[in-house]
Design a protein around this ligand. Sequence first.
Ligand code: ATP
Ligand code: MG
Length: 337
Amino acid sequence: MQNKKRSLTGDRPTGRLHIGHYFGSLQNRVKMQEDDSIERFVMIADVQALTDNFNNPQKVRDNVYQVLLDYLSVGIDPEKTTIFLQSMIPELAELTVYYSNLVTLARLERNPTVKTEIAQKRELFGESVTYGFLGYPVSQAADITAFEGELVPVGEDQLPLIEQCREIVRKFNSIYGETLKEPKAVLSSNKRIKGLDGNEKMGKSLGNAIYLSDSEEEITKKVMGALTDPGRIRKDDLGNPDVCMVAYYHELFSKDEIKTVCEECRAGKRGCVDCKKQLAKNIIEELRPIREKRKYYEERPELLEKILKDGTKKAQEIAKETMRKVKESMKLNYFEE
Ligand code: ATP
Ligand code: MG
Protein backbone atom coordinates (compact mmCIF):
# COMPACT_ATOMS: atom_id res chain seq x y z
CA MET A 1 0.00 0.00 0.00
CA GLN A 2 2.80 2.40 1.03
CA ASN A 3 4.50 2.54 -2.36
CA LYS A 4 1.36 3.08 -4.34
CA LYS A 5 0.88 6.36 -6.11
CA ARG A 6 -2.40 8.11 -5.48
CA SER A 7 -4.52 9.75 -8.12
CA LEU A 8 -7.12 12.36 -7.38
CA THR A 9 -9.69 13.85 -9.71
CA GLY A 10 -13.03 15.44 -9.24
CA ASP A 11 -16.01 17.12 -10.76
CA ARG A 12 -18.10 20.01 -9.60
CA PRO A 13 -21.74 19.04 -9.00
CA THR A 14 -22.97 21.93 -11.12
CA GLY A 15 -24.77 19.70 -13.60
CA ARG A 16 -24.79 16.22 -15.02
CA LEU A 17 -21.63 15.05 -16.79
CA HIS A 18 -21.35 15.22 -20.56
CA ILE A 19 -19.40 13.69 -23.43
CA GLY A 20 -16.62 16.23 -22.86
CA HIS A 21 -16.05 14.70 -19.43
CA TYR A 22 -16.36 11.24 -20.91
CA PHE A 23 -13.62 11.64 -23.51
CA GLY A 24 -11.59 14.20 -21.56
CA SER A 25 -11.40 12.53 -18.20
CA LEU A 26 -13.84 9.73 -17.27
CA GLN A 27 -12.48 7.19 -19.76
CA ASN A 28 -9.01 7.79 -18.37
CA ARG A 29 -10.22 7.20 -14.84
CA VAL A 30 -11.89 3.94 -15.78
CA LYS A 31 -8.75 2.77 -17.57
CA MET A 32 -6.63 3.63 -14.54
CA GLN A 33 -8.67 1.13 -12.52
CA GLU A 34 -6.72 -1.65 -14.21
CA ASP A 35 -3.43 -0.33 -12.83
CA ASP A 36 -2.72 -1.86 -9.45
CA SER A 37 0.14 0.52 -8.72
CA ILE A 38 -2.33 3.39 -8.31
CA GLU A 39 -4.72 4.07 -5.45
CA ARG A 40 -7.59 6.08 -6.91
CA PHE A 41 -9.75 8.83 -5.44
CA VAL A 42 -12.57 10.73 -7.07
CA MET A 43 -14.06 13.74 -5.34
CA ILE A 44 -17.45 15.32 -5.85
CA ALA A 45 -16.41 18.94 -5.40
CA ASP A 46 -19.50 20.44 -3.82
CA VAL A 47 -17.55 23.11 -1.92
CA GLN A 48 -15.97 24.26 -5.16
CA ALA A 49 -19.36 24.18 -6.88
CA LEU A 50 -20.63 26.61 -4.26
CA THR A 51 -18.00 29.20 -5.21
CA ASP A 52 -20.13 30.17 -8.18
CA ASN A 53 -23.41 28.63 -7.00
CA PHE A 54 -23.50 29.90 -3.41
CA ASN A 55 -26.96 31.29 -4.10
CA ASN A 56 -28.30 27.93 -5.27
CA PRO A 57 -27.55 25.23 -2.69
CA GLN A 58 -30.36 22.96 -3.88
CA LYS A 59 -28.82 22.78 -7.35
CA VAL A 60 -25.52 21.65 -5.87
CA ARG A 61 -27.17 19.11 -3.61
CA ASP A 62 -29.23 17.58 -6.42
CA ASN A 63 -26.22 17.35 -8.68
CA VAL A 64 -24.12 15.50 -6.13
CA TYR A 65 -26.29 12.47 -6.85
CA GLN A 66 -26.41 13.15 -10.58
CA VAL A 67 -22.61 13.18 -10.77
CA LEU A 68 -22.40 10.05 -8.63
CA LEU A 69 -24.82 8.34 -11.04
CA ASP A 70 -22.69 9.47 -13.97
CA TYR A 71 -19.57 7.98 -12.38
CA LEU A 72 -21.17 4.63 -11.71
CA SER A 73 -22.82 4.48 -15.10
CA VAL A 74 -19.54 4.92 -17.01
CA GLY A 75 -17.86 2.22 -14.96
CA ILE A 76 -16.12 3.95 -12.08
CA ASP A 77 -16.22 1.10 -9.63
CA PRO A 78 -16.46 1.97 -5.92
CA GLU A 79 -14.54 -1.23 -5.13
CA LYS A 80 -11.59 0.12 -7.09
CA THR A 81 -11.98 3.88 -6.74
CA THR A 82 -12.84 5.79 -3.58
CA ILE A 83 -15.64 8.22 -4.34
CA PHE A 84 -16.13 10.93 -1.71
CA LEU A 85 -17.81 14.22 -0.94
CA GLN A 86 -15.65 17.32 -0.49
CA SER A 87 -17.80 19.13 2.08
CA MET A 88 -17.61 16.19 4.46
CA ILE A 89 -13.83 16.55 4.82
CA PRO A 90 -13.30 19.66 6.98
CA GLU A 91 -9.50 19.23 6.77
CA LEU A 92 -9.75 20.47 3.18
CA ALA A 93 -11.10 23.82 4.35
CA GLU A 94 -8.46 23.95 7.06
CA LEU A 95 -5.63 23.35 4.60
CA THR A 96 -7.08 26.01 2.31
CA VAL A 97 -6.63 28.59 5.07
CA TYR A 98 -2.97 27.70 5.56
CA TYR A 99 -2.22 27.58 1.83
CA SER A 100 -3.86 30.94 1.25
CA ASN A 101 -0.81 32.61 2.81
CA LEU A 102 1.38 31.07 0.14
CA VAL A 103 -0.20 32.63 -2.93
CA THR A 104 -0.53 36.28 -3.93
CA LEU A 105 -3.65 37.96 -5.23
CA ALA A 106 -1.79 38.97 -8.39
CA ARG A 107 -0.90 35.33 -9.05
CA LEU A 108 -4.51 34.24 -8.67
CA GLU A 109 -5.73 37.02 -10.93
CA ARG A 110 -3.27 35.94 -13.62
CA ASN A 111 -4.51 32.33 -13.70
CA PRO A 112 -5.87 32.06 -17.28
CA THR A 113 -8.59 29.50 -16.46
CA VAL A 114 -9.92 31.58 -13.59
CA LYS A 115 -9.73 34.71 -15.76
CA THR A 116 -11.85 33.13 -18.51
CA GLU A 117 -14.35 31.79 -16.00
CA ILE A 118 -14.74 35.17 -14.29
CA ALA A 119 -15.43 36.76 -17.67
CA GLN A 120 -18.13 34.13 -18.31
CA LYS A 121 -19.72 34.78 -14.93
CA ARG A 122 -20.25 38.54 -15.20
CA GLU A 123 -23.93 38.07 -14.51
CA LEU A 124 -23.21 36.48 -11.15
CA PHE A 125 -20.24 38.52 -10.05
CA GLY A 126 -20.83 41.90 -11.71
CA GLU A 127 -17.67 43.99 -11.68
CA SER A 128 -16.10 42.39 -8.65
CA VAL A 129 -15.46 38.70 -8.10
CA THR A 130 -15.79 37.01 -4.68
CA TYR A 131 -12.82 36.07 -2.56
CA GLY A 132 -14.02 32.45 -2.62
CA PHE A 133 -14.14 32.15 -6.39
CA LEU A 134 -10.81 33.85 -6.98
CA GLY A 135 -9.34 31.54 -4.37
CA TYR A 136 -10.73 28.25 -5.63
CA PRO A 137 -7.33 27.19 -7.02
CA VAL A 138 -6.02 27.32 -3.45
CA SER A 139 -8.81 25.10 -2.24
CA GLN A 140 -8.13 22.76 -5.16
CA ALA A 141 -4.49 22.58 -4.09
CA ALA A 142 -5.74 21.53 -0.66
CA ASP A 143 -7.88 18.78 -2.21
CA ILE A 144 -5.03 17.34 -4.24
CA THR A 145 -2.37 17.49 -1.55
CA ALA A 146 -4.60 16.22 1.25
CA PHE A 147 -4.70 12.88 -0.54
CA GLU A 148 -1.08 13.10 -1.65
CA GLY A 149 -2.43 12.93 -5.18
CA GLU A 150 0.59 12.60 -7.39
CA LEU A 151 -1.39 11.93 -10.54
CA VAL A 152 -4.27 14.17 -11.54
CA PRO A 153 -6.11 13.10 -14.72
CA VAL A 154 -7.84 16.23 -16.00
CA GLY A 155 -8.92 18.16 -19.07
CA GLU A 156 -6.72 20.86 -20.53
CA ASP A 157 -8.55 23.70 -18.78
CA GLN A 158 -7.20 22.39 -15.49
CA LEU A 159 -3.49 22.70 -16.34
CA PRO A 160 -3.04 26.22 -14.91
CA LEU A 161 -4.70 25.03 -11.71
CA ILE A 162 -2.36 22.09 -11.33
CA GLU A 163 0.58 24.42 -11.98
CA GLN A 164 -0.67 26.71 -9.24
CA CYS A 165 -0.96 23.74 -6.90
CA ARG A 166 2.64 22.74 -7.66
CA GLU A 167 3.82 26.24 -6.79
CA ILE A 168 1.97 26.13 -3.48
CA VAL A 169 3.52 22.76 -2.66
CA ARG A 170 7.02 24.01 -3.43
CA LYS A 171 6.52 27.10 -1.35
CA PHE A 172 5.08 25.11 1.55
CA ASN A 173 7.94 22.63 1.49
CA SER A 174 10.59 25.34 1.26
CA ILE A 175 9.21 27.21 4.28
CA TYR A 176 7.94 24.43 6.54
CA GLY A 177 10.09 21.53 5.40
CA GLU A 178 9.48 18.66 2.97
CA THR A 179 5.88 17.66 3.73
CA LEU A 180 3.69 17.71 0.63
CA LYS A 181 3.87 15.81 -2.66
CA GLU A 182 3.98 17.70 -5.95
CA PRO A 183 1.21 16.54 -8.30
CA LYS A 184 1.41 15.92 -12.03
CA ALA A 185 -1.45 16.43 -14.50
CA VAL A 186 -2.34 13.45 -16.68
CA LEU A 187 -3.94 14.60 -19.93
CA SER A 188 -6.01 12.30 -22.09
CA SER A 189 -5.54 12.39 -25.86
CA ASN A 190 -8.87 14.24 -26.02
CA LYS A 191 -7.76 17.20 -23.97
CA ARG A 192 -10.72 19.43 -24.59
CA ILE A 193 -14.00 18.60 -26.26
CA LYS A 194 -15.75 21.48 -28.01
CA GLY A 195 -19.38 22.47 -27.46
CA LEU A 196 -22.36 21.93 -29.78
CA ASP A 197 -22.26 25.67 -30.51
CA GLY A 198 -18.63 25.54 -31.64
CA ASN A 199 -17.37 26.95 -28.33
CA GLU A 200 -13.83 25.81 -27.54
CA LYS A 201 -15.11 23.94 -24.48
CA MET A 202 -18.18 21.87 -23.86
CA GLY A 203 -19.13 22.87 -20.32
CA LYS A 204 -21.96 21.83 -18.05
CA SER A 205 -22.51 25.47 -17.10
CA LEU A 206 -22.39 26.66 -20.71
CA GLY A 207 -25.55 25.07 -22.16
CA ASN A 208 -23.71 23.46 -25.08
CA ALA A 209 -23.39 19.87 -23.95
CA ILE A 210 -24.62 16.38 -24.76
CA TYR A 211 -25.08 14.75 -21.37
CA LEU A 212 -24.31 11.10 -20.77
CA SER A 213 -27.82 10.78 -19.36
CA ASP A 214 -29.63 12.51 -22.26
CA SER A 215 -32.54 10.52 -23.70
CA GLU A 216 -32.52 9.36 -27.32
CA GLU A 217 -34.87 12.23 -28.20
CA GLU A 218 -32.68 14.80 -26.47
CA ILE A 219 -29.55 13.56 -28.23
CA THR A 220 -31.27 13.73 -31.62
CA LYS A 221 -32.62 17.20 -30.95
CA LYS A 222 -29.22 18.52 -29.86
CA VAL A 223 -27.38 16.99 -32.80
CA MET A 224 -29.93 18.43 -35.24
CA GLY A 225 -29.21 21.87 -33.76
CA ALA A 226 -25.40 21.56 -33.79
CA LEU A 227 -23.33 24.15 -35.62
CA THR A 228 -22.42 23.14 -39.20
CA ASP A 229 -20.29 24.85 -41.86
CA PRO A 230 -21.96 28.30 -42.05
CA GLY A 231 -20.77 28.67 -45.67
CA ARG A 232 -22.86 25.72 -46.78
CA ILE A 233 -26.44 26.60 -47.66
CA ARG A 234 -27.64 24.08 -50.24
CA LYS A 235 -27.01 20.34 -50.17
CA ASP A 236 -24.72 20.40 -53.23
CA ASP A 237 -22.59 23.29 -51.93
CA LEU A 238 -19.10 22.00 -51.16
CA GLY A 239 -18.75 21.64 -47.39
CA ASN A 240 -15.84 22.13 -45.02
CA PRO A 241 -15.87 19.51 -42.23
CA ASP A 242 -13.09 21.40 -40.43
CA VAL A 243 -15.57 24.05 -39.31
CA CYS A 244 -18.48 21.69 -38.68
CA MET A 245 -19.33 20.40 -35.23
CA VAL A 246 -21.15 17.41 -36.70
CA ALA A 247 -17.97 16.23 -38.43
CA TYR A 248 -16.08 16.95 -35.22
CA TYR A 249 -18.30 14.59 -33.20
CA HIS A 250 -18.30 12.00 -36.00
CA GLU A 251 -14.59 11.81 -35.34
CA LEU A 252 -15.32 10.70 -31.77
CA PHE A 253 -18.34 8.50 -32.35
CA SER A 254 -18.05 7.25 -35.94
CA LYS A 255 -14.45 6.13 -36.26
CA ASP A 256 -15.20 3.73 -39.14
CA GLU A 257 -17.20 6.22 -41.13
CA ILE A 258 -15.26 9.42 -40.59
CA LYS A 259 -13.27 9.24 -43.82
CA THR A 260 -16.38 8.84 -45.95
CA VAL A 261 -18.18 11.56 -43.99
CA CYS A 262 -15.46 14.12 -44.71
CA GLU A 263 -14.96 13.12 -48.35
CA GLU A 264 -18.66 13.25 -49.17
CA CYS A 265 -19.05 16.55 -47.34
CA ARG A 266 -16.19 18.18 -49.23
CA ALA A 267 -17.59 16.89 -52.53
CA GLY A 268 -21.07 18.23 -51.75
CA LYS A 269 -22.48 14.71 -51.88
CA ARG A 270 -23.84 14.52 -48.36
CA GLY A 271 -26.68 16.48 -46.88
CA CYS A 272 -26.24 17.94 -43.39
CA VAL A 273 -29.57 16.52 -42.22
CA ASP A 274 -28.65 12.94 -43.12
CA CYS A 275 -25.19 13.45 -41.70
CA LYS A 276 -26.69 14.61 -38.41
CA LYS A 277 -29.14 11.70 -38.26
CA GLN A 278 -26.29 9.25 -38.70
CA LEU A 279 -24.30 10.94 -35.94
CA ALA A 280 -27.26 10.99 -33.55
CA LYS A 281 -27.75 7.27 -34.13
CA ASN A 282 -24.09 6.51 -33.36
CA ILE A 283 -24.10 8.61 -30.20
CA ILE A 284 -27.31 6.98 -29.01
CA GLU A 285 -25.78 3.52 -29.54
CA GLU A 286 -22.49 4.31 -27.82
CA LEU A 287 -24.20 5.84 -24.79
CA ARG A 288 -26.85 3.11 -24.50
CA PRO A 289 -24.98 0.90 -21.97
CA ILE A 290 -24.22 4.01 -19.90
CA ARG A 291 -27.90 4.96 -19.82
CA GLU A 292 -28.86 1.43 -18.85
CA LYS A 293 -26.37 1.23 -16.01
CA ARG A 294 -27.55 4.61 -14.77
CA LYS A 295 -31.09 3.32 -14.60
CA TYR A 296 -29.96 0.40 -12.43
CA TYR A 297 -28.44 2.75 -9.87
CA GLU A 298 -31.25 5.30 -10.08
CA GLU A 299 -33.55 2.62 -8.78
CA ARG A 300 -31.29 1.99 -5.75
CA PRO A 301 -30.93 5.23 -3.77
CA GLU A 302 -29.82 3.43 -0.60
CA LEU A 303 -26.92 1.88 -2.49
CA LEU A 304 -25.87 5.32 -3.76
CA GLU A 305 -25.92 6.71 -0.25
CA LYS A 306 -23.83 3.81 1.02
CA ILE A 307 -21.22 4.16 -1.73
CA LEU A 308 -20.78 7.86 -0.99
CA LYS A 309 -20.72 7.36 2.77
CA ASP A 310 -18.17 4.53 2.71
CA GLY A 311 -15.90 6.39 0.28
CA THR A 312 -16.07 9.57 2.33
CA LYS A 313 -15.18 7.71 5.52
CA LYS A 314 -12.06 6.31 3.91
CA ALA A 315 -11.09 9.73 2.53
CA GLN A 316 -11.58 11.34 5.94
CA GLU A 317 -8.96 9.10 7.49
CA ILE A 318 -6.37 9.97 4.86
CA ALA A 319 -7.03 13.72 5.06
CA LYS A 320 -6.67 13.55 8.86
CA GLU A 321 -3.25 11.97 8.52
CA THR A 322 -2.07 14.64 6.05
CA MET A 323 -3.43 17.35 8.35
CA ARG A 324 -1.43 15.91 11.21
CA LYS A 325 1.77 16.12 9.16
CA VAL A 326 1.00 19.64 7.97
CA LYS A 327 0.31 20.88 11.50
CA GLU A 328 3.47 19.32 12.75
CA SER A 329 5.51 21.02 10.02
CA MET A 330 3.82 24.34 10.72
CA LYS A 331 4.36 24.01 14.47
CA LEU A 332 0.62 23.95 15.06
CA ASN A 333 0.60 20.54 16.69
CA TYR A 334 -0.89 21.65 20.00
CA PHE A 335 -2.57 19.47 22.60
CA GLU A 336 -1.47 16.21 20.99
CA GLU A 337 -1.85 13.11 23.11
P1 ATP B 1 -18.42 23.92 -15.00
O1 ATP B 1 -18.83 24.59 -16.27
O2 ATP B 1 -19.45 23.97 -13.93
O3 ATP B 1 -17.05 24.36 -14.52
P2 ATP B 1 -17.23 21.68 -16.32
O4 ATP B 1 -17.96 21.09 -17.46
O5 ATP B 1 -16.06 22.57 -16.58
O6 ATP B 1 -18.29 22.39 -15.38
P3 ATP B 1 -15.81 20.53 -14.11
O7 ATP B 1 -16.53 19.80 -13.03
O8 ATP B 1 -15.35 21.92 -13.85
O9 ATP B 1 -16.74 20.49 -15.41
O10 ATP B 1 -14.55 19.69 -14.60
C1 ATP B 1 -14.39 18.32 -14.32
C2 ATP B 1 -13.31 17.70 -15.17
O11 ATP B 1 -13.74 17.54 -16.50
C3 ATP B 1 -12.02 18.52 -15.27
O12 ATP B 1 -10.93 17.63 -15.24
C4 ATP B 1 -12.13 19.17 -16.60
O13 ATP B 1 -10.86 19.46 -17.16
C5 ATP B 1 -12.84 18.11 -17.42
N1 ATP B 1 -13.62 18.71 -18.51
C6 ATP B 1 -14.65 19.55 -18.38
N2 ATP B 1 -15.11 19.93 -19.58
C7 ATP B 1 -14.34 19.30 -20.51
C8 ATP B 1 -14.33 19.28 -21.94
N3 ATP B 1 -15.17 19.99 -22.66
N4 ATP B 1 -13.40 18.50 -22.55
C9 ATP B 1 -12.51 17.78 -21.82
N5 ATP B 1 -12.48 17.75 -20.47
C10 ATP B 1 -13.38 18.50 -19.82
MG1 MG C 1 -15.06 23.68 -14.88
